[in-house]
Design a protein around this ligand. Structure first.
Ligand code: HEC
Length: 380
């Protein structure tokens, strides 16, 4: 019989059949009463397992004596000593709060939640959007946001730290991974586009990985392009020579990509955290299915949001039914390897600069405009 059956879901106590189950809110247990001194964790644990109050008085036999594992008992004590019943959780619902910056992506979050709720939710509870939420989903980490409660999950940012997870690596991490991957086989890697800082970073990584890198001509070389599609076409016009292969960040090229001439399209290798070939598979489900059928945009941002909801659900699943923001914060950073189906496998461990373990590099067939030849590039 759950505690709430006698003490009420709000823990303020109930009288039924002449038996009074008293108020067991944190405030009431923590204060001394007419019949007993105040409870602390040790005496509370004794009351639950042995049925003795802090004054040594045996509790009425109507109060069951519970045999709990050490972990369950700790979780129960956490729950009972918390100030108030968390308004973000009740018996059948866990509420998730959506930050204003994710409002435009509400549909992606709702579809991901629907999938989880369709598979019976988490420990018998549905996940719903609402406020206040036990977990706060946002696009970016706000400064000073590391302290826990509510647990945070943000989609861009510096990997895994206590209290939150950044799912998509920042551009510098992506550029570094690309340069490190390309340089050993292409000592004369050329780098252009993007910001001066980004070019500097890529050149430095390339030099470290391959010893040589310079900026003489493009003929026959690999160009690592860090800017947009329009800009790329102007850049190539101005150079007069053509590289053999252009590696570019899919996200940055923008919609002008498809307007590029076929011979340029054939030269491109596109780096992206989402695998654009995946959504072409008819058996794909989850995010890939939504992307294939046009219900969600096939964008890294949307994929990260979808994956974020899966990470959140997995955290809740592993935390058990007794939830607290602190527990979630601890659990969230130590999930280990997780496949969300929307992003390449995530490695969620404290201190990692990127949760994402790899990037995809794909070609584009100029005739069919389909993505081809995907290879995977590790992110350290
Ligand atoms: C079948 C009904 C019932 C259930 C289920 C139940 N209790 Fe109780 N509980 C009581 C009653 C009745 C008392 C009052 C006993 C007394 O004062 O002698 C009590 C007393 C307590 C007290 C002591 C309060 C005080 O002020 O001294 C605590 C703490 C408590 N319950 C916690 C729990 C917890 C935690 C659970 C679930 C794990 C739970 N109870 C489940 C009926 C119940």
């Amino acid at each position: 019989m759950p505690c709430s059956g006698c003490h009420g879901a709000d823990r303020t106590g109930r009288t039924e059949g002449g038996i009074t189950a008293p108020d067991i809110t944190a405030g009431s247990l923590g204060a001394s009463a007419r019949t007993r001194p105040a409870y602390d964790r040790a005496t509370l644990s004794r009351a639950i397992t042995e049925g003795v109050d802090p004054g040594g008085r045996p509790l009425d036999p109507a109060m069951p004596r519970y045999q709990l594992s050490a972990a369950d008992l700790e979780a129960l004590l956490d729950f009972l000593t918390r100030d108030a019943v968390d308004p973000a959780i009740d018996d059948s619902v866990v509420r998730i709060e959506l930050a204003a910056d994710l409002e435009p992506d509400r549909r992606a979050v709702e579809l991901a939640l629907a999938e989880i709720n369709g598979a019976d939710g988490i420990h018998g509870r549905r996940l719903e959007l609402g406020s206040p939420g036990l977990i706060h989903l946002s696009l970016r980490q706000e400064p000073g946001e590391l302290s826990c409660g509510p647990a945070r999950l943000w989609l861009h940012g510096a990997g895994v730290s206590s209290g939150g997870i950044g799912l998509l690596p920042d551009p510098a991490t992506i550029i570094g991974a690309l340069a490190a991957h390309l340089a050993p086989a292409n000592p004369k890697l050329a780098v252009a586009g993007g910001t001066a800082g980004e070019r500097g970073l890529a050149e430095q990584v390339a030099r470290t990985a391959a010893a040589a890198s310079g900026s003489v001509g493009l003929e026959g070389r690999i160009l690592l392009w860090l800017g947009g599609a329009q800009e790329l076409m102007s850049f190539l016009d101005a150079q007069g020579t053509e590289p053999a292969v252009i590696v570019a960040l899919l996200d940055r090229l923008g919609p002008e990509l498809m307007a590029m001439p076929p011979e340029l399209l054939g030269m491109l290798r596109l780096a992206s955290p989402v695998l654009p070939t995946d959504w072409q598979r008819p058996e794909a489900h989850g995010f890939a299915e939504y992307a294939r059928t046009g219900r969600l945009p096939l964008a890294p941002r949307t994929a990260a949001i979808y994956a974020g909801v899966q990470v959140m659900a997995e955290t809740l699943r592993r935390s058990g039914r007794a939830l607290s923001p602190d527990r979630l914060c601890e659990g969230m950073s130590a999930l280990g390897l997780l496949d969300t189906g929307a992003l390449p496998p995530l490695r969620l461990a404290p201190g990692r600069s990127s949760a994402l373990t790899s990037l995809h590099l794909v070609g584009l067939d100029p005739a069919s405009r389909r993505f081809i030849d995907a290879v995977s590039i590790p992110i350290p």
